[in-house]
Every structure is written in C-alpha cells, then in structure tokens.
Design a binder for this molecule. Structure first.
Ligand SMILES: Cc1cc2nc3c(=O)[nH]c(=O)nc-3n(C[C@H](O)[C@H](O)[C@H](O)COP(=O)(O)OP(=O)(O)OC[C@H]3O[C@@H](n4cnc5c(N)ncnc54)[C@H](O)[C@@H]3O)c2cc1C
Length: 383
C-alpha cells in the first residue's frame, strides 16, 4: 500500500481552484452568509473552470475527471464558503443521477448545460414525513392519458429556489407485497405546477438556498422518467450515499481546514502575557487536536472518493467519512472559537460561521444516527 498523495494534475487543479476561491469567493463569503444569498452567478464561472461538471465525461461537456477531483474542488470552495459548497454539491447530485441512470438522450439533453453551469440542478427527495423514513414518502405519480402526473411536497431541498432542472422521487404504485414503488423523474425548467415553496431561514450553510419544492398536477412525458419505473429508491439512495455524503464529507474537510488555518493565525497574532498564545501549551493542544481531526477527515474522505473512482462499493466508507468529518468540524469550530476567547464570537472572524455551517451539515445527506446505523449494519454483517 502506498501513502496517500495527490497526482501532479490533481495538485494543479487544487492550485487553480484555490486561486479562483481566493479571488471570487473568500472576499464575499461573509456577506453571502449575512445576506443569506446564494451566488448563482458563479455557476457559469465554475462551469468554465470545469468544476460544475468535474466528473462528467468530456463527450457531455464535462471535465472528464473523477470524485477525488470533485472532493478537491469542494474542499477548496468550502474552506471559505461551505454554503456555496453545498449548492454546488447538490447541483452535482442532479448531474450524477442523470449521468449514472439517464438514457443517452437524457444525458445529451441535460448534461452539457449542467456541466457548463448555465443550468442549476437539484435533487428533491426529502418530505415533511421525515427524511430518514425514506420509503415513507407521500408524493405520487400517476399515469394519465400518456403523461405522468406528479403531486407532492418536498422539504429541506438545497437549490429549491434556484434550480432549473430537478430530479423528483414519487410513489407510483405498490409491488405484489404491498410495498411502495418509487420512481424518479427529471423535471424541466419552468414546468407548470412545479414551484418553490417556503424558503428556510437557516442557522448555517446560508450561501445556499434551502426550502420546499411543490408539485401540483405536474405533467411530465414518459421520456422524463429517470431509470425504470420502480428504480427511484435505488437512484436516490445510491446518489445520496455515494455522491451526497461524499460531498458533505469534502465540504466539512474544507471547514476543518479553515479551523486549522484560522486557529493558527489567531494563536500567532494574539498577545497575552506579552507573548503569542501559541506559546501556551493548552493552546498548542487545541491546534494539535484540530489538525489531527482535519487530517483524519481528509484521509477518510479521499479514500472513499478514490474507491468511488475505482468502482469499488463505498457506501459504508462515505458514511464513515460523512459522520466523522461533520462531527469533527463541529468540535473543531467550537474548540477554536473557545481558543479565541471573546473574539471567537465576533462576526469579523469566520469561526462562528464555520461552527454554524458544520452544525447545519449534520442532517444534510442523512443524520449522524443514520450514518451510525449504516456503519454498524455493515460491520455487524462482517463487511
Ligand atoms: C442543509 C440541508 C440541506 C438538505 N438538502 C437536501 C436536498 O437537497 N434534497 C433532499 O432531498 N433533502 C435534503 N435535506 C434533507 C436531509 O436529507 C434530511 O434533513 C435528513 O435526511 C433527515 O431528515 P429529517 O430532517 O426529516 O429528520 P428525521 O428523519 O425526522 O429525523 C429526526 C431525528 O430522528 C433520528 N432518526 C430517524 N430515524 C432514525 C433511526 N432509524 N434510528 C435512529 N435515529 C433515527 C434522526 O437521526 C434525527 O435525530 C437537506 C437537509 C439539510 C439540513
């Protein structure tokens, strides 16, 4: 086994994205957070850089790279704006759904604009009845006069008010054992009856929009079905497991790096007893623990992303990465905030935003309880 190291190309990508982030994102991240604003105007710019369609094959207008490269981009962006990070990562959930389960016609129709960032994607799965109770969804799809008619309400949907292309899951019937049959559909921009509802006023991840999306008698042609009838549960699950949790892991690796870098800066600059607090052993322990958590989250995340690129099943590895990275980011942001004394709560410093963003990451992509159930299930069954 070799030690973990990025390739030369991956290092170049990291450098290019970092420069873009420092110019276009870092100076505005606090303002987006304060104004609860999602900078959609950056999507075409991220498209030009190959970020929005990073794992989309070149034939569909993407960069033709993989999930390690995607994690690099999300880490760099989320180092300064985890809010924009989740908007981008959810856009890529829509991309992944179409790329992995779409027909050739659907890929040709949707992927070029999604990869270019000229259209924004969303994935609407969660319902008011509980996101964890995935199969308890109530939204319905009925075949009437040759069209599927969709009705229902989705909640906590990232990009709810800014997405052009939305993947929806609905219940389209029951199987022979009476279990719900879930089917996924791609909803085109401006489809009548498909509208955003309430917008959540969130604690964190405020550089993204989160809210309800409603379907009222939405008519979609059979060609809009993603995968086969009944494939919706598999499509949503695998996309959330291997692309959604991957994204949330990388976003929180970015937050953790922010905690390390901001912590080091403050510890070196803050003079108490006539010397920088970095000279105090207790402060050094804070820095050490934060660095350790960053490195551990990073290794878990990039290992799982490498497995994804190699085509190795990695749902458990992403559950571990997501659980660890999000919980560690909460601990690290709180620790560095405490280390900063009174300054920790001053909004001029980003640490308070990092804490809020990390806290808001716990439920997104499935809660910590759910990740533990997945990890325990796989471990107890000897996998
Ligand atoms: C910022 C953000 C962005 C999101 N973006 C999207 C999106 O783009 N698309 C989308 O479809 N959804 C999205 N979600 C929704 C997210 O997937 C759900 O919030 C998540 O699945 C949890 O569902 P819930 O909020 O309904 O909590 P519930 O399912 O109601 O859970 C409530 C509590 O019960 C616990 N619990 C539930 N079941 C079990 C169990 N079996 N064992 C132990 N404990 C359990 C949970 O851990 C939690 O503590 C987003 C959420 C957030 C916060």
């Amino acid at each position: 086994m070799q030690f973990f190291q990025f390739t030369e190309e991956q290092e170049m990508l990291k450098k290019a994205v970092r420069e873009f982030v420092e110019a276009e994102i870092a100076p505005k991240a606090a303002e987006w957070d304060e104004k609860d604003y999602c900078p959609v105007e950056l999507f075409p710019k991220m498209g030009e850089m190959g970020i929005t369609g990073i794992f989309v094959p070149e034939q569909y207008g993407g960069a033709g790279l993989g999930h390690v490269e995607r994690a690099i981009c999300l880490e760099e962006i989320s180092r300064h704006s985890a809010g924009l990070g989740i908007a981008l990562m959810t856009h890529q959930l829509c991309v992944a759904g179409i790329l992995y389960y779409g027909t050739e016609e659907q890929k040709q129709k949707y992927l070029p604009e999604l990869a270019a960032g000229t259209k924004i994607g969303g994935l609407s799965v969660t319902e008011p009845g509980g996101g964890s109770d995935f199969m308890g969804q109530k939204s319905t799809g009925e075949l009437k006069d040759g069209y599927w008619v969709l009705n229902g309400r989705k909640c906590f949907i990232t990009n709810s008010h800014v997405a052009d292309i939305d993947i929806w899951t609905v219940i389209t019937g029951q199987d022979e054992k009476g279990r719900p049959v879930m089917t996924a559909f791609i909803i085109d921009p401006d489809t009548p009856g498909h509208t955003p509802g309430r917008k959540e006023h969130k604690l964190g991840l405020r550089g993204s929009v989160t809210g309800d999306v409603n379907c009222v008698e939405v008519k979609v042609a059979p060609e809009q079905m993603l995968g086969k009838e009944g494939a919706g549960a598999k499509i949503a699950m695998t996309t959330i497991q291997e692309v959604g949790r991957a994204g949330m892991s990388a976003i929180n690796v970015g937050i953790l790096r922010g905690c390390v870098e901001e912590g080091v800066k403050f510890a070196n600059e803050r003079i108490v007893y006539g010397k920088p607090i970095a000279k105090l052993q207790a402060i050094q322990f804070d820095i050490a623990e934060t660095r350790l958590e960053y490195e551990a989250a990073r290794l878990l995340t990039y290992r799982a992303a490498g497995m994804k690129d190699a085509g190795i099943p990695c749902a458990t590895e992403f559950a571990m990465a997501k659980l660890y990275a999000t919980e560690a980011a909460c601990r690290a942001a709180k620790r560095i905030m405490d280390m900063m004394g009174g300054y920790g709560i001053v909004n001029e410093y980003p640490i308070g935003r990092f804490l809020r963003d990390a806290l808001a990451s716990i439920a997104a992509g499935g809660t910590s309880h759910i990740q533990k159930l997945i990890i325990a299930g796989s471990t107890l069954s000897g996998k």
